[in-house]
Write a protein that binds this ligand. Structure first.
Ligand code: AMP
Ligand code: ZN
Length: 494
């Protein structure tokens, strides 16, 4: 079977095949780096991360590009408020975004920054002006004339029949009734960052940034474009209008949109007090792996209601998986193999694949692995697991983790990083007792270290290199130095 994905453009689930051979070219709208990322942002980024992981697992080469929006209305406003340059302002939040993404095990895409493509953006506008699709306003801003793009609205399925030709909207984000000519390029305003370019001074509009950077990195037509559902209109509609009126080609074959996250049943908002950044949750003592697990547990098109009960449950689930792996890799079993267990592992791998191929049904994939864990644990309890059975079960776990990425026990050091950050930022009062405890007990005891080393060595002898490497990485993250000597493995704390 092939992967089937919902395509916002066709409003249908379709079979996914790349346009070119075996290579998938995909683009995701990335963060606007004006603040710390919240868990809604990370729901979307994790969903796209899982998609690209699954495409790779399916044998494709994936070229995954994400932009960093480092110039936009909000950034300029906040930088001016704080009296710093746009660059100084965004550097801090870009760094935070990258740290957070790594904390939550998002594999880093190819990153592009808006401010690195300003001349290309100005050229793009100049070419649209030549084609009489864009025009210059009196103040030196440039607008896209949507009357020149009759298919405007094809993604969001909005009917803009009665719109006013020439009515304009200057801001990057606006609500659905405003089908107006939108700003491609904004003339400088006093106190705002601007660039001198071939079309005059100013700065790009947000929509233009993504059109230009996606096509620069992936070509005029690529396989998939992703983002949260709020981006369908106007952002993605405008990207399509800009790019397709320029090239006459389809910008992206698939449009992949992630449903908005709710928190405790409500839309997340600062005024409701249910607005959480990733760091807020870690400050409360929650593990990054629990957060990732919870955010992966509902398929991307379904409503995910984030609750603290759900987060606790996610922590229990991750622990069960880790314990199971530990039990398998450290255990010694009688020689031979049990066909039932071999079948169970194989069937689980197939069930996970079938679930993910079904429009990334992550919930079903998790259900499949837990059924395996349950059956295999009872087989372990009753001594029915043989030497040759550990490997296939571990392989099923590895396949699962290639997508879900929660098995490596590196929560302790990651939590320590948030702890250190909070102290450096003078936010000591935000560190919960739970985080303090976790950081203190995150220091592995001698016997825990010895147990991990024994499991690592056992895995190495059984040629389970993925497991042994993972254990070694965990120990290194915990600042344990491991040396192989003639007398065996020695360790010390850094
Ligand atoms: P921003 O940094 O606001 O440009 O958003 C970055 C990404 O997060 C975009 O793809 C948004 O659509 C997405 N996003 C923002 N809020 C949420 C939310 N509550 N749930 C899911 N995705 C979101
Ligand atoms: Zn974008």
């Amino acid at each position: 079977m092939a992967l089937r994905l919902y395509n916002t453009m066709s409003s249908q689930v379709e079979e996914f095949h790349p346009l070119r051979d075996n290579e998938v070219r995909m683009y995701s709208c990335g963060p606007t780096v004006y603040d710390y990322g919240h868990i809604g942002n990370f729901r979307t980024f994790i969903a796209v991360d899982m998609l690209q992981r699954f495409l790779r697992q399916s044998g494709y080469t994936v070229r995954y590009v994400m932009n960093i929006t480092d110039v936009d209305d909000k950034i300029i406003r906040n930088a001016a408020r704080d009296g710093v340059s746009v660059q100084q302002y965004t550097a801090k939040y870009e760094k935070a975004f990258l740290e957070d993404a790594a904390m939550i095990s998002i594999e880093q895409p190819v990153l592009v920054r808006a401010t690195e493509y300003i001349p290309q953006m100005a050229d793009f506008v100049a070419r649209l002006v030549e084609k009489e699709i864009a025009y210059r306003a009196d103040d030196g801003s440039y607008y896209f004339r949507i009357a020149k793009f009759p298919r405007y609205g094809k993604l969001s399925k909005k009917d803009f029949g009665g719109m006013l030709d020439g009515a304009r909207v200057e801001v990057d984000e606006y609500d659905k009734d405003s089908a107006r000519d939108f700003a491609l390029w904004k003339a400088p305003k006093p106190g705002e960052a601007s660039w001198d370019t071939s079309i005059g001074p100013g700065r790009p509009g947000w929509h233009l940034e993504c059109s230009v950077m996606s096509m620069q990195k992936l070509g005029e037509s690529f396989d998939l474009h992703a983002g949260g559902e709020d981006l369908i209109f106007p952002h993605h509609e405008n990207e399509i209008a800009q790019s397709e009126s320029m090239t006459g080609k389809t910008l992206a074959r698939f449009w992949f949109h992630v449903r908005f996250l709710l928190v405790e049943g409500e839309k997340m908002s600062k005024s409701l007090g249910n607005f959480y950044t990733l760091r807020d949750l870690v400050l409360k003592g929650h593990k990054p792996s629990s957060i990732r697990y919870l955010l992966t547990s509902v398929p991307y098109r379904n409503q995910l209601n984030f609750t603290f009960d759900g987060l606790k449950q996610a922590a229990v689930s991750v622990e069960r998986l880790r314990n199971f792996r530990q039990r398998l890799s450290a255990g010694s079993f009688p020689a031979g193999s049990n066909p039932d267990i071999q079948g169970l592992a194989k069937e689980t791998i197939e069930r996970m694949r079938a679930a993910l191929e079904d429009d990334l049904n992550t919930a079903q994939a998790q259900a499949a692995i837990f059924e395996m864990v349950r059956s295999a644990n009872s087989a372990l309890d009753s001594g029915q697991i043989k030497q040759d059975d550990a490997r296939p079960l571990l392989t099923a776990l590895e396949k699962f983790d290639e997508i879900f990425a929660v098995l490596n026990d590196d929560d302790g050091p990651k939590m320590k990083q948030v702890f250190d950050w909070a102290r450096a930022e003078g936010r000591e009062q935000d560190i919960s007792a739970e985080l303090r405890d976790a950081v203190q007990s995150g220091q592995l005891s001698d016997s825990e270290i010895e147990k991990k080393i024994a499991a690592m060595e056992a895995a190495r002898r059984a040629r389970n290199f993925k497991v042994s490497d993972a254990l070694r990485a965990e120990l290194t993250m915990a600042d344990i130095v491991i040396e192989n000597t003639k007398e065996g493995v020695r360790w010390r704390r850094k």
